[in-house]
Design a protein around this ligand. Sequence first.
Ligand SMILES: *[C@@H]1O[C@H](CO)[C@@H](O)[C@H](O)[C@H]1NC(C)=O
Ligand SMILES: *[C@@H]1O[C@H](CO)[C@@H](O)[C@H](O)[C@H]1NC(C)=O
Ligand SMILES: *[C@@H]1O[C@H](CO)[C@@H](O)[C@H](O)[C@H]1NC(C)=O
Ligand SMILES: *[C@@H]1O[C@H](CO)[C@@H](O)[C@H](O)[C@H]1NC(C)=O
Ligand SMILES: *[C@@H]1O[C@H](CO)[C@@H](O)[C@H](O)[C@H]1NC(C)=O
Ligand SMILES: *[C@@H]1O[C@H](CO)[C@@H](O)[C@H](O)[C@H]1NC(C)=O
Ligand SMILES: *[C@@H]1O[C@H](CO)[C@@H](O)[C@H](O)[C@H]1NC(C)=O
Length: 844
Amino acid sequence: MANKKLLSLAFSLLLSFTSAFSPIFLNCGSSISTTISSDNPSRTFTPDEGYLLSPSNSKIASDSSSSSLPSIYSTARIFDSPSSYRFEVDPNAFYILRLHFLAFPSTSAALFNVSALDRYLLLSSTSLSFSSPSIKEFLLWVDTSPLHLTFSPAPNSNSQQIALINALELISSPANILKNIQPTYITENQNFPLDNFVPKAMETVYRINVGGPRITPVNDTLWRTWEPDDSFVFNLALSLNNFTSTQQIKYPTENGLNSTVAPEMVYSTARTLDTTAIADGMANVNFNLTWSFNASPNFQYFIRMHFCNNWFPSLPTFFFEVYLNGFSAKKDLNPGRQTNWNMMVPFYLDFVVDSPSSGGPLNVSIGPASNSNPINAMLNGLEIMKLNNSFLSLVGPFGLVQTDNNNHGKSHLVLILIPSVLGGLLLFLLFLVLGTYRRRKQPKSPKEQKETTPESWTQYNIEPKTDVSVLRASSNFTNPDSPRLKLGLHISFTDIAFATSNFDEKLVIGSGGFGKVYKGVLRDGTKVAIKRSMPGNRQGYPEFQTEIVVLSRIRHRHLVSLIGYCEEQSEMILVYEYMEKGSLKNYLYGFDLPCLSWKQRLEVCIGAARGLQYLHTAYAQSIIHRDVKSTNILLDENFAAKVSDFGLSRLGPSLGETHVSTAVKGTFGYLDPEYFKIQKLTDKSDIYSFGVVLFEVLCARPAIDDYVNLAELALNCQRQGQLEKIIDPKLVGKINENSLRKFAETAAKCLADYGVDRPSIGNVLWNLEYALQLQETQLRREPFEDSGTVDVSEIAVATVRRSPSSSRLKIEVEEDEGIAGTTREFSEMTTRMVFSQLVTGDGR
Ligand SMILES: *[C@@H]1O[C@H](CO)[C@@H](O)[C@H](O)[C@H]1NC(C)=O
Ligand SMILES: *[C@@H]1O[C@H](CO)[C@@H](O)[C@H](O)[C@H]1NC(C)=O
Ligand SMILES: *[C@@H]1O[C@H](CO)[C@@H](O)[C@H](O)[C@H]1NC(C)=O
Ligand SMILES: *[C@@H]1O[C@H](CO)[C@@H](O)[C@H](O)[C@H]1NC(C)=O
Ligand SMILES: *[C@@H]1O[C@H](CO)[C@@H](O)[C@H](O)[C@H]1NC(C)=O
Ligand SMILES: *[C@@H]1O[C@H](CO)[C@@H](O)[C@H](O)[C@H]1NC(C)=O
Ligand SMILES: *[C@@H]1O[C@H](CO)[C@@H](O)[C@H](O)[C@H]1NC(C)=O
C-alpha cells in the first residue's frame, strides 16, 4: 500500500538522521592512507579520490623535500577548474571542517576560493601563507546532505591558475559545543542576549590557552590546537602567567561542559594581573589586562571566554570586569558564583561583538572591579570565531550567490533550490497521506484524539480546512517565481525607510540571528516594530512567507499582530504592532524598570495564557507556539500582555526540518524535558514553558541563571515548602498567601514531567484568574481547597457562587468585545466550552 511505503520511507528518513557520523580525514592527492598515531584518538587520513564529485577534473602533486613535516603535507590535490568534494552527512548539525594547505614549488601559482554548501564563501587563498602548513578551521551548520566543498581557481585568461588542498578533516561537532548557546551581543550602549542563536558559518580565527603552553592535537580529543597567549597580550609586563592549579578540574557535566568543550590543560592555567606591579609603582591600582587580535572590518565575531573557579576558589569577595572592544561585557564576574561555589569547576561565557568600526584590533580585556578583594582578574582560555556576513562570506563584502550573474552562479542557485523544493513537496505529501491515514484508522472523537498520548506526527496536525492551504501556499514559497501574495498587507520599502528614518541605528530595539528590529512610525502615525532580515540574505525566505500567510489569519487581543510586510528588492521585512513597554522579561530582571505589582504580574500571565489558549484551541487542531518565554511576551502601554514570535514561521516551511531538528527549537531552560527526550511535540510542551514563565514572574529570575535551572529550583523549593526563599524580594509580604499558593501550585503542575500530567491551557487560565481573585478580594480559602491539588471544577463553582451577578462567563465575553467578530465568537465559544467542561467536571 502506498501509505505503508510512505510510512517506511518516513522511518528510514528518521533512522538516517540518528545514525552517527564518523569523522572523515583525507590525505588529498595521495593513494595511500597515513595515520598520525601520536594523536589521541589517532587520525587516519585516507585517499580522497572517492569523495571527489568529478575526479577527472583534478591532478595530484607531491613533494617530499620537507620530510620533517607530517606526510599529509607531501601530496596535494590540484584543480584547474571549479571542483567539489561531496560528503554524505547527517544534516541539521554542526560540523568542524579543517583544511590543510602547503604550496610546493610546482604549485606556487595557486590562487583560488573555497566555498561550502554551495553557499558560503569560506576562504580566499590570498590569506594563506603557503610557505609553511596553513590550517584553517571552520564550523558549519549543515542543513542538507550531501555537503559540497568547492575549490574555485581564479578565472584568469592569461595564465593557468590552480587550487590545491593537502589534507582535509570533517568532524561532527559534539552537541555540547554549540547547541543551545545564548551569547550576549555586546554593543556600545546596551548588551542583549541573542536567543535562538544558531551561527551558520564560522571560522576559528584564534584559539588560545591563556597563560599556558601550546596544546596540540595530541592533547585535545577534537584535534584542536590552542596557542599560548603571550604574543597577544598588550601589557605583558603587568601580568603573570605562572598560575597553574594542580588539582583535578571538575567538569560540571550536567550542563554539558566536559573536556570536549576545552581540555583540562586550558582550565588549569590562567593569566592574571601582576598586582606586585602596582606595589612597585609601575601602574596605578586600576589597570586592565588586554589581549588584542586582528579583526576584519565589518564582521561579527563570536567570542567564548573560558574561566575556572580555581583561583581564590569560591571566594565571594573576588570578582572582576570583562570588556570587549572597550565595552562592558560582564560586570562583577565572580567565578565562585558562576559555578555554584563548587571549586575547580570551569565555566565559559559567550559573546558576539562587531569588529571595531575604526578598523583597529579586537580587544578582550579583564580588569579589577572596584569593591573586589583581592583586586585581580583572571582568564583561562579564549576562542574567537568570525561569523559569516550577510553575503554569506567569511572573506569580505562579497559572496558566491549575489555577485555571480553568469551561468555558473545560477547553477549554484538551482543546486540550493531544487533539493529544498523537492524535500518540501515530498514531506508535504507525506504529511497529507499520513493525515488521511490517521483519520481513517482512528475514527475517535476529536477530543479523544487530543487527549491520547501524542504520536510523532501530531506536530503536523493542523486543521486541514484552514491550514493545509497555508501549507500548500508555503510549499510554493520555495519557488522564487511564485506570484507575490496579495493580502493587502504589503508596505512599500520607501514607506518602511521613511518609518525608520532610513534604518537609523538609534531606532534599533532588538537584534538576533535574523537581523534587527527597529521602532518606527508609519506615515499614518501608527507606531510599529519593524523586523528586517539582513539585507541580501534570502535564506529565510520560506519562513518569511509562511509567517505572513499564517499571521495574517490569526488575530487576537493577546497575540502581537502583523501590520504588514515588504519584500521589495532583496528585502524581507515584517511590520508588527509596536509594544510600548517591551518584553515581560525586562520588567522582571536585568533592567532597572519599575517593579510590577503582583496584581499586574497576574494580569500579564492571564493575558499571555489567553493568547496561548487561542493558539491551542482556535483551530480544530492546535497551533503550538514552541518558544514560550518571557522575552516573547510583550507588553503594551497599559501592560497588557501579548504573545509574539509565535513559532508559526516554523509551521509551514520545511516540515521535514521541523521534525528532525526539534531539539534545536525552543530555548534552553524552557524546553519541555519530555519533548526533548522523545522529540514528540504537543501543546503540553507550551504548557511546560509557560510554567517556567510563571516561576520567572514569581521569582524574578532567569530560566537559567549561573547554571541553575529555575524549573528545578522552584519545584524543589515548592516540594520542601520553601518557596518564599526564592520569591522576588520585591514581592515579599505583598502577595496574598492563598493567591500565592494557587499560583505556585498551578505553575508546578505545568512543570510535570509528562505532558499528560500537565493541565490544559484553559485550566491554567482558570487557576490564574482565581489566583487574581484571591489576591483582589482576599478571599478566604474554603476547606475543600486544602486538598493540595488544583481542582478547577470546584473553583469554578465557588467563583460563580461567590459573585452570582457577574459570572466569569459574562466577564469574559464583555472583556472580549471590541475585537474582530470572528475572534469574539471564538472567545465566547471557548469560554462556554471551558465553562461547561468545568461545571460538568470533565475538564481534566
Ligand atoms: C573569490 O570570490 C570572489 C567573490 O565571488 C571574487 O570576487 C574573487 O575574485 C574570487 N577570487 C578568486 C581568487 O577566485
Ligand atoms: C562530552 O559531551 C559530548 C556531548 O554531550 C559527548 O559527545 C562527548 O563524548 C563528551 N566528552 C567526554 C570526554 O565525555
Ligand atoms: C599530552 O599528551 C601526551 C601524550 O598522550 C601525554 O604524555 C601528556 O601527559 C599530555 N599532557 C597533558 C598536560 O595532559
Ligand atoms: C610568578 O612570576 C613572578 C614574576 O615572574 C614571580 O615573582 C612569582 O614568584 C612567580 N610565582 C610563582 C608561584 O612561581
Ligand atoms: C585596543 O587596545 C589597545 C591597547 O590597549 C588600544 O591601544 C586600542 O585603542 C584598543 N582598541 C579598542 C577598539 O578598544
Ligand atoms: C578598563 O577598560 C574599560 C573599557 O575601556 C574602561 O572603561 C575602564 O575605565 C578601564 N579601567 C581602567 C582601570 O583603566
Ligand atoms: C550568516 O548566514 C546566514 C544564512 O545561512 C544568515 O541567515 C545570517 O544572517 C548570516 N549572518 C550575518 C551576520 O549576516
